[in-house]
Write a protein that binds this ligand. Structure first.
Ligand SMILES: Nc1ncnc2c1ncn2[C@@H]1O[C@H](COP(=O)(O)OP(=O)(O)OP(=O)(O)O)[C@@H](O)[C@H]1O
Ligand SMILES: [Mg+2]
Length: 379
């Protein structure tokens, strides 16, 4: 069990939550024994497919759900402990939450919406200059000219900024955001996610963000917690998640990946050799787990790491590790890149190559994958 440290704003230990009573002795957990830390001042994202338990985790942190087991420690204070039934009320936790629907009240002006936590929140006593402080914050998010409008007269993006301004005004220790950009169009999402990150850095507020959009998670986060069926698959920095996924699930969920089933592995001095239907791969990337010989698993190769060249002579397959012959069966021009689907002895590989490569469907090609870009994943 990990202990809360002064560097960590939230510590979650072995958290479990189910919504249903056990049936036939079996308990289905929406959140199934997860542990992670949110370092102070950092932006941490819970990422995973629909139904994997992201919102449930966030609501447990907020105190809106009562977990079954585990501990939640926030800024040094235990706000939930399953062992002694501690459950601090949401309004007594040092948090502000931006729900998916923004939670903006239609019957109030922009200013009144934003000022709400100062007037009615945890620290309402002794608040001074509420109007001025609220106007200053609205100014920071570009909404000062709209202060006296009804909040229903704002666009989706403006409502999102209002929800953020209101959350920040309560000066939370932790900001909780549940898919706050999901109702917006793609362009506005991309713009607002940059703004969101800039605000978060400016205010230095520890943030837990929920999304099922991997691009959003990679762009925004210091740390990403990848969830699958109530459990944690991997916790890592965005670039490491992409470059060093620990499982086929993570490799497939983050970006796109060729996953080639492995029959047998053996350890060699400079990495691991994996036998597949389409040949053998030497896997020697950074952080590549090596160990005893075994069976099963996948070789993971990112499309941009499949090196393709046009061939005129046919070579024998499997002559060398990481080299093979194939035939192009699909080619899609994407402006700067060419996305190829290549058939290698019945296995389809996707390759993302420079657009200048002159190949067409039906062409025979040679494929090479550098050992540092071939990654063996046991699970
Ligand atoms: N109030 C509830 N009552 C019963 N089951 C629930 C309730 N809320 C969530 N669940 C179930 O718990 C599991 C996790 O749900 P949760 O809302 O945490 O998923 P999520 O990762 O946020 O998904 P999404 O990306 O679709 O929002 C799902 O199987 C869901 O059906
Ligand atoms: Mg959700």
């Amino acid at each position: 069990m990990s202990q809360s440290t002064t560097h960590s704003s939230i510590t979650i230990n072995e958290l479990r939550k189910s919504y249903s009573k056990p049936k036939h002795g079996e308990q289905a957990y929406a959140v199934d024994g997860i542990s992670f830390e949110v370092p102070k001042g950092q932006f941490v994202t819970l990422l995973g497919p629909s139904g994997c338990g992201k919102t449930t985790t966030l609501r447990c942190i907020a105190g809106l759900e009562q977990p079954d087991e585990g501990q939640i420690i926030m800024a040094g204070q235990t706000v939930f402990d399953g062992a002694n039934k501690t459950q601090i009320r949401p309004e007594d936790r040092p948090i502000a939450m931006v729900p998916q629907s923004y939670g903006i009240w239609p019957h109030m002006t922009v200013l009144d919406n934003a000022a709400f936590p100062l007037r009615h929140g945890r620290h309402r006593k002794g608040q001074q200059n509420i109007k001025q402080r609220t106007l200053d914050m609205l100014d920071q998010v570009g909404l000062a000219p709209y202060a006296d409008r009804w909040s229903t007269q704002l666009s989706g993006g403006q409502q999102q900024r209002l929800a953020l301004a209101r959350a920040l005004l309560s000066e939370p220790e932790v900001l909780l955001l549940d898919e706050p950009l999901s109702n917006l169009d793609a362009k506005l999402r991309a713009k607002l996610r940059l703004e969101l990150r800039a605000f978060q850095e400016q205010f230095g507020v520890t943030s837990v963000y929920v999304t099922h959009d991997q691009a959003e998670a990679l762009a925004l986060s210091d740390l990403v917690v990848v969830m699958n069926q109530g459990r944690i698959e991997q916790i890592d920095r965005p670039e490491r998640l992409y470059q060093q996924p620990k499982s086929a699930f993570v490799a497939d969920f983050i970006g796109s990946a060729n996953l080639i089933p492995v029959h047998q592995t053996s350890t060699v001095s400079d990495g691991l050799v994996a036998q597949t239907d389409i040949g053998t791969f030497l896997c020697a990337g950074e952080g590549q787990a090596t160990g005893a010989s075994g069976q099963g698993g996948n070789v993971c190769i990112r499309p941009e790491n499949v090196e393709v060249s046009a061939t005129t002579v046919s070579r024998h397959n499997g002559a060398q590790h990481n080299e093979m012959q194939g035939r192009v069966i699909g080619a899609e021009f994407l402006g700067d890149r060419l996305e190829l689907v290549i058939d290698v002895e019945g296995t389809k590989l996707t390759a993302s190559t420079p657009a200048v490569l002159a190949v067409r469907p039906g062409d025979d090609v040679s494929i090479r994958v550098s050992p540092v870009n071939a990654r063996y994943l046991a699970s």
